[in-house]
Structure formats: C-alpha cells, structure tokens
Design a protein around this ligand. Structure first.
Ligand code: AMP
Length: 222
C-alpha cells in the first residue's frame, strides 16, 4: 500500500492516516510532523524552517524532498507501505516523488483526494488539538479526549498548533489553492486520482477507503 493523501489543511488527512495505519499497518509519513519534530528539537533544519511553518507558508521544495527521500531510502518498511500526508504540496514535489519511487522500484498505488467544504475545514482547524507528546489528533467538539486537555493514548498534554489561528489558517488555505491544487490535477491527469467526500465522520471514510483499497488490490494482483 503506497498512497498519497491530498486535500486542504483540515480535510482530515492526518486523522484518516492514523486509522488506515491501525487497520492496514502502513507507515504514516507526515512532512508537517517531521518539520515540527525538527523545530522542537532545535536542530539547524528546525530553525531554518520555523518562519515558514509558523507563518503558514510552504518551506522550500528541496528541504521537504530531501526529508522524504532520506526516509524512503533508509526505511524499508516505510517504502513498502506508506501513507504520505502533506506531501507532495507542489507539482515539483509530485514529479520528484515519482522519480524517487521509480528509483527504488516502489511505485505509488494512487492519490486519495479528500474533498471538503471550506466551512468544515475552518471549523475543524479552529477546534483541532494535538498531543505534544505523541502527536495524536483531537477536536474540542468533534473528537474530544476522555479527560480534558489530556491525550487518551499517552496522557500527554494537548495544545493548539500556533499555525491553527484564524489569520494563518486563511493564509494556509490560500497557499493550498494556489500551490497544491495543481498536484490534484497532476494525479488526475495520470489517471491516479481517487476522490472521496471528507465532510463526514472518519469511521465512514475509513469504510469507504477499505472498499476502494480492496477493489484496487483485487485488480492489481501480481
Ligand atoms: P501540515 O502539518 O501538513 O499542515 O504542515 C504544516 C506546515 O509545514 C505547512 O503549513 C508548511 O509550512 C510546512 N510543510 C509541510 N509539508 C510541506 C510540504 N510538502 N512542502 C512545503 N511545506 C510543507
């Protein structure tokens, strides 16, 4: 299973990836998580990207391509089965990903586009909370933790991402429309895009995904 998850910030890519990972054992590769981990560790790379991430702008293509290429080349389990979340975000990244996957002989199965309305996205981002410790995702009303502000999985404290404030969310959505929409067309043009509606509960979305995957797998047995 090698899948790219596409959709605007707040489409539910990270939440769905978590559920697919549980059910199918694929590795969740989120460039946003990787960049935030670098920032948290205070590494030179983290300091280099901080301004972009906190301001809601894209970090330079070469930086994220290097991160993903390194991971796919060094982690055999991830290159065999992955869910890419937040990458590719530009057409250049999408083309380079195809090049990397070709070199390691691990072609993509398809890109899953989570189609979502703007209202839903804004509501999701405004209420999103993240575990500072393990990165698990919550929502103050849609998916609250059992104990307020504590992660169900590890007990870590929940926080609101600094780029989930209203002004930065607006910028991220504009960046998405301008720079990431072409990625959808790139996969659609290659006949590799599967579109599902993400304006609903993740459980239903997971069931849809499982049907799509089983169907795809049955047609690509070799
Ligand atoms: P995310 O967690 O996917 O919403 O990403 C958070 C932020 O990390 C984005 O707003 C960008 O600043 C940066 N980022 C993550 N993935 C990429 C990417 N593929 N290309 C450029 N910037 C990225």
């Amino acid at each position: 299973m090698r899948i790219v998850l596409l959709g605007p910030p707040g489409a539910g890519k990270g939440t769905l990836a978590g559920r697919i990972k549980e059910r199918f054992g694929a590795v969740h590769l989120s460039t946003g998580d990787m960049l935030r981990a670098e920032m948290k560790s205070g590494s030179p790379l983290g300091e280099e990207v901080r301004g972009y991430v906190e301001g809601g702008a894209l970090v330079p293509d070469e930086v994220v391509i290097r991160l993903i290429e390194k991971r796919l080349r060094e982690d055999a389990r991830a290159s065999e089965r992955f869910l890419l979340d937040g990458f590719p975000r530009t057409e250049i990244q999408a083309r380079r990903l195809d090049g990397i996957l070709e070199k390691i002989a691990r072609p993509l199965d398809f890109a899953l586009f989570l189609e979502t309305s703007e209202e839903v996205v804004v509501q999701r981002l405004a209420g999103r909370r993240v575990c500072r410790n393990c990165g698990a995702l919550y929502h103050v009303t849609n998916m609250p933790p059992k104990v307020a502000d504590r992660c169900d999985a590890c007990g870590g404290p929940l926080y609101q991402r600094p780029d989930d404030n209203e002004e930065t969310v607006r910028r991220r959505l504009a960046v998405y429309l301008q720079q990431t929409s072409p990625v959808i067309e790139y996969y659609r043009g290659g006949g590799r895009l599967v579109t599902v509606s993400s304006d609903r509960d993740v459980g239903l979305l997971l069931e849809d995904f499982a049907r799509i995957w089983d169907d795809y797998a049955a047609r690509h047995q070799d």
